[in-house]
Design a protein around this ligand. Structure first.
Ligand code: SF4
Length: 381
């Protein structure tokens, strides 16, 4: 019930854990998992499909597959099962990220009742609504997101249905996009440079005259703010506008991060105020929100991104994910030879809390701890 974002300190003696004030499962993920398991229970004998991974957590996805649920697509949108083999009797669950209008329509045309098994997170829908609101005022939508992420593809599809839309992945791309606003770059270059990231019929000469920014809900808050500020300033400079009238060209959309992303990221800033030796971040390797938590920790200290406690091989070795190079690698000597060793721990929005507990238990098992977990947490009872 703490009101601030300072971490919880778990003192086991020779090993001390700083646990993030907010970590792990969010409302959208819990809701999606609950609906999925209920769907399996209530529909024995029916074929049940998930459009793609329910959430970016391998254990949850494996659990659903063991219960007979099949995936129609991989996380990049590549088909695993041909939609032509589906019938109106089948059940298709839409994951928390939502999906594109094109896929919704394909399923509806087959006769599948998608509304009954739609687990799209309300915070993702809120972004779609925000985009729709500014589209109605004739703003073009700039989405700050990862172009291949399911959620960004879904948001792009919904947004592009209402307004010209373009995706920027990061500040570097935003700076290049701004050059088409200022006229520094010739319009014809845009179509190659932003290939696959703009809506059909996008006219770079007109469609960047009034803009608004929304984001994939799991991006880094500071990055989205910087991107929005940069574009706002670009519009103000180009059209000679002040704070009072910049809205003529730049829609007032405060960032569209969800509460869970905000709280998990803010809690990491709380962790980074400590004197820890290393950080362990638990979550699926293709989880956007988890990789952002890793990014924040990496700026300050050695950080190990793992998707399960099993990745801690022993007291010396850890197998962890380098999301910059998309490879898993093994590091020896990840726990420094000092007393006490101080470790930051957090997890992404699609990571069950039980995994974090298992990670803590595994780490403490390597030390001659002076207090049991029960004793350590009794102070919070
Ligand atoms: S991270 Fe946020 S937007 Fe995504 S499922 Fe969770 S609550 Fe919803």
């Amino acid at each position: 019930m703490k009101k601030d974002f300072s971490p919880t300190f778990l003192d086991f003696g020779p090993v001390q854990i700083y646990l993030a004030r907010h970590f792990g499962f969010c409302y959208g993920v819990e809701n999606a998992i609950e609906i999925s398991f209920k769907t399996v229970e209530e529909n024995a004998g029916k074929r049940i499909f998930l459009l793609s991974e329910m959430i970016h957590n391998p254990l949850v996805n494996e659990d659903l597959q063991k219960r007979g649920v099949e995936f129609l697509m991989d996380t990049n949108g590549n088909s695993l099962i041909d939609f032509a083999t589906l019938t109106a009797d089948d059940i298709v669950i839409i994951p928390a990220f939502g999906t594109t209008l094109d896929i919704e329509n394909k399923l509806k045309n087959i006769g599948i009742r998608i509304e009954k098994y739609n687990t799209t997170c309300p915070f993702v829908e809120k972004v779609w609504n925000r985009a729709e609101t500014i589209a109605a005022k004739n703003y073009t939508i700039i989405i700050h997101g990862k172009p291949r992420h399911e959620e960004t593809r879904a948001t792009f599809s919904h947004s592009a249905n209402n307004a010209p839309t373009v995706i920027v992945n990061d500040m570097a791309e935003t700076i290049e996009l701004a050059k088409y606003i200022t006229g520094e770059k010739p319009p014809e270059l845009f179509y190659e440079e932003f290939k696959g990231k703009y809506s059909d019929g996008f006219n770079v000469s007109h469609d960047l005259e009034r803009i608004g920014v929304v984001n994939q809900t799991t991006m880094l808050a500071g990055d989205t703010q910087a991107i929005a500020d940069y574009l706002k300033q670009t519009m103000a400079d180009k059209y000679n506008l002040s704070d009072d009238n910049v809205e003529e060209r730049f829609a007032d959309t405060r960032d569209t991060l969800c509460y869970a992303t905000y709280e998990n990221q803010t809690a990491v800033y709380g962790l980074l105020n400590t004197d820890a030796d290393l950080a362990i971040v638990v979550g699926g390797y293709n989880s956007s929100n988890t990789s952002h938590l890793v990014e924040l920790c990496e700026e300050k200290l050695p950080t190990y991104f793992i998707d399960s406690p099993g990745k801690i091989i022993d007291k010396e070795r850890i197998s962890h994910y380098d999301f910059h190079n998309k490879t898993e690698k093994e590091t020896t000597g990840f726990l420094p030879a000092k007393d006490p060793v101080k470790i930051l721990i957090t997890s992404g929005a699609s990571c069950p809390d039980a995994l974090v507990e298992d990670v803590i238990n595994k780490l403490t098992s390597y030390f001659a701890i002076t207090k049991t977990a029960e004793e350590t947490i009794s102070q919070f009872a």
